[in-house]
Design a protein around this ligand. Structure first.
Ligand code: EPU
Length: 432
Protein backbone atom coordinates (compact mmCIF):
# COMPACT_ATOMS: atom_id res chain seq x y z
CA UNK A 1 0.00 0.00 0.00
CA UNK A 2 1.59 3.21 -1.12
CA UNK A 3 1.05 6.65 0.36
CA UNK A 4 2.35 10.14 -0.29
CA UNK A 5 4.16 11.89 2.51
CA UNK A 6 4.13 15.64 1.91
CA UNK A 7 5.85 18.27 4.01
CA UNK A 8 3.93 21.42 3.22
CA UNK A 9 4.82 25.07 3.18
CA UNK A 10 7.67 24.99 0.66
CA UNK A 11 7.68 27.59 -2.11
CA UNK A 12 7.71 25.87 -5.49
CA UNK A 13 9.25 27.17 -8.69
CA UNK A 14 10.20 26.11 -12.20
CA UNK A 15 8.27 24.41 -14.99
CA UNK A 16 5.99 21.44 -15.31
CA UNK A 17 5.01 19.76 -18.58
CA UNK A 18 1.43 18.53 -18.81
CA UNK A 19 0.76 15.04 -20.16
CA UNK A 20 -1.90 13.84 -22.61
CA UNK A 21 -5.50 14.08 -21.45
CA UNK A 22 -6.81 11.10 -19.47
CA UNK A 23 -10.41 11.56 -20.55
CA UNK A 24 -9.48 11.99 -24.22
CA UNK A 25 -7.16 9.00 -24.39
CA UNK A 26 -9.81 6.95 -22.58
CA UNK A 27 -11.99 7.32 -25.69
CA UNK A 28 -9.29 7.52 -28.37
CA UNK A 29 -7.60 4.19 -27.56
CA UNK A 30 -10.85 2.16 -27.79
CA UNK A 31 -11.93 4.10 -30.90
CA UNK A 32 -9.04 2.50 -32.83
CA UNK A 33 -11.14 -0.69 -32.72
CA UNK A 34 -13.22 0.98 -35.45
CA UNK A 35 -10.20 1.44 -37.71
CA UNK A 36 -9.58 -0.97 -40.59
CA UNK A 37 -5.84 -0.24 -40.48
CA UNK A 38 -3.19 0.18 -37.73
CA UNK A 39 -3.13 3.52 -35.88
CA UNK A 40 -0.42 5.43 -34.05
CA UNK A 41 -1.54 7.42 -31.02
CA UNK A 42 0.90 9.96 -29.60
CA UNK A 43 1.07 11.90 -26.32
CA UNK A 44 -0.54 9.15 -24.25
CA UNK A 45 -0.10 9.63 -20.50
CA UNK A 46 1.53 6.94 -18.39
CA UNK A 47 -1.40 6.35 -16.03
CA UNK A 48 -3.09 3.18 -14.86
CA UNK A 49 -6.32 3.84 -16.82
CA UNK A 50 -4.25 3.68 -20.03
CA UNK A 51 -2.49 0.49 -18.93
CA UNK A 52 -5.85 -1.17 -18.21
CA UNK A 53 -7.38 -0.05 -21.51
CA UNK A 54 -4.41 -1.37 -23.48
CA UNK A 55 -4.50 -4.60 -21.46
CA UNK A 56 -8.18 -5.13 -22.30
CA UNK A 57 -7.50 -4.51 -26.00
CA UNK A 58 -4.46 -6.76 -25.98
CA UNK A 59 -6.39 -9.60 -24.30
CA UNK A 60 -9.01 -9.24 -27.03
CA UNK A 61 -6.29 -9.81 -29.63
CA UNK A 62 -5.16 -6.31 -30.67
CA UNK A 63 -1.47 -5.97 -31.49
CA UNK A 64 -0.05 -3.25 -29.30
CA UNK A 65 3.48 -1.89 -29.52
CA UNK A 66 4.90 1.04 -27.56
CA UNK A 67 7.05 3.01 -30.02
CA UNK A 68 8.33 5.23 -27.23
CA UNK A 69 7.14 6.25 -23.75
CA UNK A 70 4.20 8.27 -25.06
CA UNK A 71 3.44 6.70 -28.44
CA UNK A 72 1.60 3.48 -29.09
CA UNK A 73 0.91 1.60 -32.31
CA UNK A 74 -2.34 -0.31 -32.26
CA UNK A 75 -3.48 -2.84 -34.83
CA UNK A 76 -7.01 -3.92 -33.96
CA UNK A 77 -7.56 -6.03 -37.09
CA UNK A 78 -7.00 -9.32 -35.21
CA UNK A 79 -9.21 -8.21 -32.27
CA UNK A 80 -12.00 -10.66 -31.33
CA UNK A 81 -15.31 -9.56 -29.88
CA UNK A 82 -14.93 -11.30 -26.52
CA UNK A 83 -16.64 -10.01 -23.35
CA UNK A 84 -14.96 -7.28 -21.32
CA UNK A 85 -15.03 -8.81 -17.82
CA UNK A 86 -15.99 -7.31 -14.45
CA UNK A 87 -12.42 -7.43 -13.05
CA UNK A 88 -11.29 -4.94 -15.70
CA UNK A 89 -14.48 -2.91 -16.27
CA UNK A 90 -14.92 -2.16 -12.56
CA UNK A 91 -11.59 -0.30 -12.52
CA UNK A 92 -12.64 2.62 -14.70
CA UNK A 93 -15.64 4.45 -16.03
CA UNK A 94 -14.22 4.55 -19.53
CA UNK A 95 -14.68 0.78 -19.89
CA UNK A 96 -18.16 1.82 -21.10
CA UNK A 97 -16.52 3.05 -24.32
CA UNK A 98 -16.01 -0.57 -25.33
CA UNK A 99 -19.81 -0.71 -25.71
CA UNK A 100 -19.90 1.97 -28.41
CA UNK A 101 -16.78 0.93 -30.26
CA UNK A 102 -17.51 -2.83 -30.29
CA UNK A 103 -21.12 -2.20 -31.30
CA UNK A 104 -19.88 0.10 -34.08
CA UNK A 105 -17.51 -2.54 -35.44
CA UNK A 106 -19.13 -5.92 -34.69
CA UNK A 107 -22.78 -4.88 -34.20
CA UNK A 108 -22.63 -6.55 -30.80
CA UNK A 109 -20.86 -5.97 -27.49
CA UNK A 110 -20.65 -7.64 -24.08
CA UNK A 111 -19.18 -5.38 -21.42
CA UNK A 112 -19.52 -5.51 -17.66
CA UNK A 113 -21.20 -2.44 -16.15
CA UNK A 114 -18.53 0.26 -15.86
CA UNK A 115 -16.81 1.28 -12.60
CA UNK A 116 -14.83 4.45 -11.96
CA UNK A 117 -14.80 6.99 -9.16
CA UNK A 118 -17.64 6.79 -6.65
CA UNK A 119 -19.31 10.16 -7.25
CA UNK A 120 -22.89 9.06 -6.56
CA UNK A 121 -25.37 7.60 -9.01
CA UNK A 122 -23.77 7.07 -12.46
CA UNK A 123 -26.42 5.45 -14.67
CA UNK A 124 -25.93 4.51 -18.34
CA UNK A 125 -29.53 5.07 -19.46
CA UNK A 126 -28.52 7.73 -22.02
CA UNK A 127 -25.89 5.42 -23.53
CA UNK A 128 -28.55 2.72 -23.92
CA UNK A 129 -31.07 5.21 -25.32
CA UNK A 130 -28.57 6.14 -27.97
CA UNK A 131 -27.69 2.54 -28.90
CA UNK A 132 -31.42 1.73 -29.16
CA UNK A 133 -32.00 4.71 -31.43
CA UNK A 134 -29.34 3.33 -33.76
CA UNK A 135 -31.17 -0.01 -33.90
CA UNK A 136 -29.48 -2.06 -31.17
CA UNK A 137 -31.26 -4.20 -28.61
CA UNK A 138 -29.86 -4.46 -25.12
CA UNK A 139 -30.20 -6.57 -22.02
CA UNK A 140 -28.37 -6.43 -18.70
CA UNK A 141 -27.67 -9.85 -17.32
CA UNK A 142 -25.40 -10.80 -14.42
CA UNK A 143 -23.88 -7.33 -14.47
CA UNK A 144 -23.05 -7.57 -18.18
CA UNK A 145 -24.45 -5.14 -20.73
CA UNK A 146 -25.18 -7.11 -23.90
CA UNK A 147 -25.85 -5.24 -27.13
CA UNK A 148 -26.88 -6.59 -30.49
CA UNK A 149 -27.95 -5.00 -33.76
CA UNK A 150 -28.64 -6.67 -37.12
CA UNK A 151 -27.81 -3.34 -38.65
CA UNK A 152 -26.93 0.12 -37.28
CA UNK A 153 -28.98 2.85 -38.87
CA UNK A 154 -28.37 6.59 -38.44
CA UNK A 155 -30.91 8.29 -36.23
CA UNK A 156 -31.76 11.48 -34.34
CA UNK A 157 -30.88 11.37 -30.65
CA UNK A 158 -31.73 13.98 -28.04
CA UNK A 159 -29.94 13.46 -24.73
CA UNK A 160 -32.07 14.19 -21.66
CA UNK A 161 -28.85 15.04 -19.81
CA UNK A 162 -25.64 16.59 -20.96
CA UNK A 163 -23.37 13.57 -20.82
CA UNK A 164 -19.78 13.17 -21.96
CA UNK A 165 -19.83 9.38 -21.85
CA UNK A 166 -23.02 8.89 -23.85
CA UNK A 167 -21.98 11.53 -26.41
CA UNK A 168 -18.68 9.72 -26.97
CA UNK A 169 -20.39 6.32 -27.14
CA UNK A 170 -22.97 7.72 -29.56
CA UNK A 171 -20.25 9.03 -31.87
CA UNK A 172 -18.39 5.71 -31.84
CA UNK A 173 -21.51 3.63 -32.47
CA UNK A 174 -22.68 5.92 -35.31
CA UNK A 175 -19.42 6.41 -37.17
CA UNK A 176 -19.93 3.31 -39.36
CA UNK A 177 -23.75 3.18 -39.20
CA UNK A 178 -25.82 3.56 -42.37
CA UNK A 179 -26.78 7.18 -43.02
CA UNK A 180 -26.89 10.28 -40.87
CA UNK A 181 -26.96 10.44 -37.05
CA UNK A 182 -27.74 13.71 -35.31
CA UNK A 183 -26.91 13.99 -31.61
CA UNK A 184 -28.62 16.92 -29.88
CA UNK A 185 -27.79 18.31 -26.45
CA UNK A 186 -24.34 16.80 -27.00
CA UNK A 187 -21.49 17.30 -24.52
CA UNK A 188 -18.97 19.93 -25.67
CA UNK A 189 -15.96 18.95 -23.57
CA UNK A 190 -12.50 19.19 -25.20
CA UNK A 191 -12.15 15.39 -25.07
CA UNK A 192 -15.35 14.96 -27.13
CA UNK A 193 -13.82 17.24 -29.76
CA UNK A 194 -10.50 15.35 -29.58
CA UNK A 195 -12.23 12.02 -30.18
CA UNK A 196 -14.11 13.45 -33.17
CA UNK A 197 -10.88 14.94 -34.58
CA UNK A 198 -9.13 11.59 -34.20
CA UNK A 199 -11.94 9.70 -35.95
CA UNK A 200 -12.11 12.35 -38.70
CA UNK A 201 -8.36 11.89 -39.24
CA UNK A 202 -9.20 8.21 -39.99
CA UNK A 203 -11.79 9.26 -42.59
CA UNK A 204 -14.91 9.58 -40.44
CA UNK A 205 -17.47 12.28 -41.27
CA UNK A 206 -18.26 14.04 -37.98
CA UNK A 207 -19.36 17.67 -37.91
CA UNK A 208 -20.17 19.97 -35.01
CA UNK A 209 -18.16 18.39 -32.17
CA UNK A 210 -17.72 21.13 -29.58
CA UNK A 211 -21.28 22.40 -30.18
CA UNK A 212 -24.68 21.15 -28.95
CA UNK A 213 -25.41 19.34 -32.20
CA UNK A 214 -23.10 16.72 -33.67
CA UNK A 215 -23.80 15.26 -37.11
CA UNK A 216 -22.24 11.95 -38.05
CA UNK A 217 -22.56 10.55 -41.54
CA UNK A 218 -21.65 6.87 -41.48
CA UNK A 219 -18.69 5.66 -43.55
CA UNK A 220 -17.79 2.12 -44.58
CA UNK A 221 -14.04 2.23 -44.03
CA UNK A 222 -11.70 3.95 -41.59
CA UNK A 223 -8.03 4.11 -42.50
CA UNK A 224 -5.06 4.33 -40.14
CA UNK A 225 -3.93 7.57 -38.56
CA UNK A 226 -1.17 9.16 -36.54
CA UNK A 227 -2.90 11.27 -33.95
CA UNK A 228 -1.66 13.22 -30.94
CA UNK A 229 -3.89 13.43 -27.84
CA UNK A 230 -4.61 16.94 -26.46
CA UNK A 231 -2.98 18.04 -23.17
CA UNK A 232 -4.88 17.30 -19.99
CA UNK A 233 -7.04 20.25 -18.98
CA UNK A 234 -7.52 18.91 -15.46
CA UNK A 235 -3.90 18.00 -14.80
CA UNK A 236 -3.00 21.56 -15.87
CA UNK A 237 -5.76 22.98 -13.66
CA UNK A 238 -4.51 20.90 -10.74
CA UNK A 239 -1.01 22.37 -11.09
CA UNK A 240 -2.59 25.84 -11.25
CA UNK A 241 -4.28 25.05 -7.93
CA UNK A 242 -0.96 23.76 -6.57
CA UNK A 243 0.74 27.07 -7.46
CA UNK A 244 -2.10 28.97 -5.78
CA UNK A 245 -2.16 26.89 -2.59
CA UNK A 246 1.64 26.83 -2.23
CA UNK A 247 1.86 30.61 -2.92
CA UNK A 248 4.32 29.77 -5.69
CA UNK A 249 5.30 30.82 -9.20
CA UNK A 250 5.06 27.95 -11.72
CA UNK A 251 5.19 27.81 -15.51
CA UNK A 252 2.78 25.14 -16.75
CA UNK A 253 3.73 24.02 -20.26
CA UNK A 254 2.00 21.99 -22.99
CA UNK A 255 -1.48 23.32 -22.29
CA UNK A 256 -4.31 24.82 -24.35
CA UNK A 257 -4.96 28.08 -22.41
CA UNK A 258 -8.49 28.35 -23.88
CA UNK A 259 -9.42 25.05 -22.18
CA UNK A 260 -8.21 26.51 -18.86
CA UNK A 261 -10.28 29.70 -19.13
CA UNK A 262 -12.97 28.81 -16.52
CA UNK A 263 -10.28 27.80 -14.03
CA UNK A 264 -8.12 30.84 -14.80
CA UNK A 265 -11.05 33.21 -14.28
CA UNK A 266 -11.88 31.84 -10.82
CA UNK A 267 -8.25 31.86 -9.70
CA UNK A 268 -7.77 35.45 -10.89
CA UNK A 269 -10.96 36.45 -9.11
CA UNK A 270 -9.63 35.27 -5.74
CA UNK A 271 -6.26 36.97 -6.19
CA UNK A 272 -4.00 34.59 -8.13
CA UNK A 273 -2.04 35.99 -11.10
CA UNK A 274 -2.25 34.03 -14.35
CA UNK A 275 -0.27 34.92 -17.49
CA UNK A 276 -1.26 33.17 -20.70
CA UNK A 277 1.12 32.23 -23.51
CA UNK A 278 0.51 30.24 -26.72
CA UNK A 279 0.86 26.84 -25.10
CA UNK A 280 1.71 27.65 -21.49
CA UNK A 281 0.39 29.51 -18.47
CA UNK A 282 2.36 31.04 -15.62
CA UNK A 283 0.57 30.98 -12.30
CA UNK A 284 1.74 33.20 -9.46
CA UNK A 285 0.15 32.60 -6.09
CA UNK A 286 -0.73 35.70 -4.08
CA UNK A 287 -0.06 36.38 -0.44
CA UNK A 288 -3.81 36.44 0.25
CA UNK A 289 -7.01 35.29 -1.40
CA UNK A 290 -10.66 36.30 -1.07
CA UNK A 291 -13.46 33.78 -1.03
CA UNK A 292 -15.75 33.35 -4.03
CA UNK A 293 -18.52 31.18 -5.37
CA UNK A 294 -17.89 28.33 -7.80
CA UNK A 295 -20.55 26.31 -9.59
CA UNK A 296 -19.62 23.35 -11.75
CA UNK A 297 -21.18 23.13 -15.17
CA UNK A 298 -20.64 21.29 -18.45
CA UNK A 299 -17.96 22.78 -20.71
CA UNK A 300 -17.28 25.70 -21.07
CA UNK A 301 -18.40 26.04 -17.44
CA UNK A 302 -16.23 25.34 -14.43
CA UNK A 303 -15.28 21.64 -14.70
CA UNK A 304 -16.55 19.27 -12.01
CA UNK A 305 -13.17 17.52 -12.20
CA UNK A 306 -11.56 20.70 -10.77
CA UNK A 307 -14.15 21.27 -8.03
CA UNK A 308 -12.27 19.50 -5.19
CA UNK A 309 -8.90 21.11 -6.04
CA UNK A 310 -10.51 24.58 -6.18
CA UNK A 311 -12.23 23.94 -2.86
CA UNK A 312 -8.83 23.03 -1.39
CA UNK A 313 -7.48 26.44 -2.46
CA UNK A 314 -10.54 28.20 -1.04
CA UNK A 315 -10.06 26.65 2.42
CA UNK A 316 -7.53 29.41 3.08
CA UNK A 317 -9.26 32.31 1.27
CA UNK A 318 -10.54 35.17 3.41
CA UNK A 319 -14.26 35.07 4.18
CA UNK A 320 -16.83 32.63 2.91
CA UNK A 321 -16.86 30.66 -0.34
CA UNK A 322 -19.68 28.65 -1.81
CA UNK A 323 -19.00 25.61 -4.00
CA UNK A 324 -21.97 24.13 -5.87
CA UNK A 325 -21.67 20.77 -7.60
CA UNK A 326 -24.22 20.48 -10.38
CA UNK A 327 -22.96 17.39 -12.26
CA UNK A 328 -22.61 14.60 -9.68
CA UNK A 329 -24.69 13.70 -6.59
CA UNK A 330 -21.80 12.97 -4.30
CA UNK A 331 -18.58 14.77 -5.06
CA UNK A 332 -17.86 16.09 -1.58
CA UNK A 333 -16.39 12.95 -0.03
CA UNK A 334 -13.04 14.75 0.28
CA UNK A 335 -14.55 17.31 2.66
CA UNK A 336 -14.16 15.09 5.74
CA UNK A 337 -10.48 14.66 4.86
CA UNK A 338 -9.93 18.41 4.47
CA UNK A 339 -11.66 18.91 7.83
CA UNK A 340 -9.02 16.63 9.35
CA UNK A 341 -6.52 19.22 8.16
CA UNK A 342 -8.42 22.03 9.87
CA UNK A 343 -10.65 23.23 7.03
CA UNK A 344 -13.97 24.79 8.01
CA UNK A 345 -16.47 23.38 5.52
CA UNK A 346 -20.14 22.51 5.84
CA UNK A 347 -22.04 20.59 3.19
CA UNK A 348 -25.75 20.71 2.53
CA UNK A 349 -26.78 18.57 -0.43
CA UNK A 350 -24.84 19.74 -3.45
CA UNK A 351 -23.51 22.93 -1.83
CA UNK A 352 -20.40 23.31 0.30
CA UNK A 353 -19.82 26.46 2.30
CA UNK A 354 -16.20 27.12 3.14
CA UNK A 355 -15.16 29.58 5.84
CA UNK A 356 -11.54 30.43 5.15
CA UNK A 357 -8.99 29.62 7.83
CA UNK A 358 -5.47 31.07 8.20
CA UNK A 359 -3.68 27.85 7.31
CA UNK A 360 -4.35 24.09 7.10
CA UNK A 361 -2.30 21.68 9.21
CA UNK A 362 -0.86 18.38 7.99
CA UNK A 363 -2.73 15.19 8.97
CA UNK A 364 -3.16 11.58 7.85
CA UNK A 365 -5.89 11.59 5.17
CA UNK A 366 -7.33 9.27 2.55
CA UNK A 367 -7.93 9.86 -1.17
CA UNK A 368 -11.56 8.85 -1.66
CA UNK A 369 -11.38 9.21 -5.47
CA UNK A 370 -9.10 10.59 -8.17
CA UNK A 371 -9.80 14.33 -7.88
CA UNK A 372 -10.30 14.07 -4.12
CA UNK A 373 -6.73 12.76 -3.99
CA UNK A 374 -5.59 15.69 -6.14
CA UNK A 375 -7.34 18.12 -3.78
CA UNK A 376 -5.53 16.61 -0.78
CA UNK A 377 -2.20 17.07 -2.56
CA UNK A 378 -3.07 20.72 -3.24
CA UNK A 379 -4.09 21.21 0.40
CA UNK A 380 -1.02 19.40 1.76
CA UNK A 381 1.42 21.51 -0.25
CA UNK A 382 0.00 24.69 1.26
CA UNK A 383 -0.38 23.29 4.77
CA UNK A 384 1.88 23.54 7.77
CA UNK A 385 3.54 20.24 8.72
CA UNK A 386 3.35 16.73 7.31
CA UNK A 387 0.37 15.19 5.50
CA UNK A 388 0.19 11.49 4.72
CA UNK A 389 -2.19 10.66 1.87
CA UNK A 390 -3.42 7.07 1.72
CA UNK A 391 -5.11 5.21 -1.18
CA UNK A 392 -3.04 7.02 -3.79
CA UNK A 393 -3.89 4.39 -6.40
CA UNK A 394 -6.85 6.69 -7.14
CA UNK A 395 -4.43 9.50 -8.02
CA UNK A 396 -2.29 7.23 -10.18
CA UNK A 397 -5.33 6.34 -12.29
CA UNK A 398 -5.26 9.83 -13.74
CA UNK A 399 -2.00 11.69 -13.01
CA UNK A 400 1.30 10.73 -14.61
CA UNK A 401 4.24 10.76 -12.21
CA UNK A 402 2.56 13.24 -9.90
CA UNK A 403 5.17 13.05 -7.16
CA UNK A 404 8.11 13.30 -9.59
CA UNK A 405 6.60 16.36 -11.31
CA UNK A 406 6.02 17.99 -7.91
CA UNK A 407 9.51 17.14 -6.64
CA UNK A 408 10.97 18.74 -9.77
CA UNK A 409 9.17 21.93 -8.73
CA UNK A 410 10.82 21.74 -5.31
CA UNK A 411 8.02 20.06 -3.34
CA UNK A 412 8.90 17.85 -0.39
CA UNK A 413 6.90 14.78 -1.41
CA UNK A 414 7.79 11.11 -1.13
CA UNK A 415 5.93 8.03 -2.25
CA UNK A 416 6.32 5.51 0.54
CA UNK A 417 5.43 1.86 0.41
CA UNK A 418 3.77 0.80 3.61
CA UNK A 419 2.82 -2.76 4.52
CA UNK A 420 -0.87 -3.40 3.95
CA UNK A 421 -2.42 -3.32 7.47
CA UNK A 422 -5.01 -5.94 6.51
CA UNK A 423 -2.18 -8.29 5.44
CA UNK A 424 -0.52 -7.70 8.80
CA UNK A 425 -3.78 -8.39 10.56
CA UNK A 426 -4.25 -11.60 8.61
CA UNK A 427 -0.70 -12.74 9.43
CA UNK A 428 -1.31 -11.95 13.11
CA UNK A 429 -4.56 -13.94 13.15
CA UNK A 430 -2.80 -16.87 11.47
CA UNK A 431 -0.03 -16.78 14.06
CA UNK A 432 -2.49 -16.78 17.00
N1 EPU B 1 -25.74 10.55 -16.62
C1 EPU B 1 -26.97 9.97 -16.64
N2 EPU B 1 -27.18 8.97 -17.54
C2 EPU B 1 -26.23 8.55 -18.40
C3 EPU B 1 -24.96 9.14 -18.36
C4 EPU B 1 -24.74 10.16 -17.45
O1 EPU B 1 -27.87 10.33 -15.88
O2 EPU B 1 -26.50 7.63 -19.21
C5 EPU B 1 -25.48 11.63 -15.64
C6 EPU B 1 -24.39 11.29 -14.63
O3 EPU B 1 -24.90 10.54 -13.56
C7 EPU B 1 -23.90 12.65 -14.24
C8 EPU B 1 -24.04 13.46 -15.51
O4 EPU B 1 -24.98 12.76 -16.33
O5 EPU B 1 -24.75 13.18 -13.26
C9 EPU B 1 -22.78 13.65 -16.30
O6 EPU B 1 -22.16 12.38 -16.54
P1 EPU B 1 -21.19 12.16 -17.79
O7 EPU B 1 -21.75 11.06 -18.62
O8 EPU B 1 -20.92 13.46 -18.45
O9 EPU B 1 -19.89 11.66 -17.06
P2 EPU B 1 -18.98 10.43 -17.44
O10 EPU B 1 -18.92 10.26 -18.92
O11 EPU B 1 -19.36 9.29 -16.59
C10 EPU B 1 -16.82 11.87 -17.75
C11 EPU B 1 -15.44 11.85 -17.17
C12 EPU B 1 -15.50 12.32 -15.72
C13 EPU B 1 -16.10 13.72 -15.69
C14 EPU B 1 -17.46 13.73 -16.37
C15 EPU B 1 -18.08 15.11 -16.48
C16 EPU B 1 -14.34 10.10 -18.40
C17 EPU B 1 -13.78 8.75 -18.43
N3 EPU B 1 -14.90 10.51 -17.26
O12 EPU B 1 -17.58 10.96 -16.94
O13 EPU B 1 -14.18 12.35 -15.26
O14 EPU B 1 -16.26 14.12 -14.36
O15 EPU B 1 -17.35 13.20 -17.70
O16 EPU B 1 -17.23 15.97 -17.17
O17 EPU B 1 -14.26 10.84 -19.37
C18 EPU B 1 -12.49 12.43 -13.65
O18 EPU B 1 -11.68 12.54 -14.59
O19 EPU B 1 -12.17 12.60 -12.45
C19 EPU B 1 -13.87 12.10 -13.95
C20 EPU B 1 -14.73 11.66 -13.05
Amino acid sequence: MEKYVIKGGKTLSGEVVISGAKNAVAAILPCTILSDEPCIIENIPNISDVTITLQIMSEMGAKIRMLNKTTVEIDTRPLQNIPVPYEKAKLMRASSYFLGTLLGRFHSAHVSMPGGCNLGDRPIDQHLKCFSALGAEYEINGGMVNLHADKLIGSQIFFDKNTVGATINGIMAAVKADGLTIIENAAKEPHVVDLANCLNSMGADILGAGTDVIKIRGVKYLHGTTYSVIPDQIEAGTFMAVAAAARSNILIRNVIPKHLEPITQKLVKIGVQVEQFDDAVRVIGGPEYVGTSVKTNPHPGFPTDMQPQMAAVLTCAKGASMVTESIFDNRFRYVDELRRMGANISVEGRVAVIEGVERLKGAPVKATDLRAGAALIVAALGAEGVTEIYDIFHVERGYENMEVKLRNLGADIQKVDEPDPTAEEKALKKAL
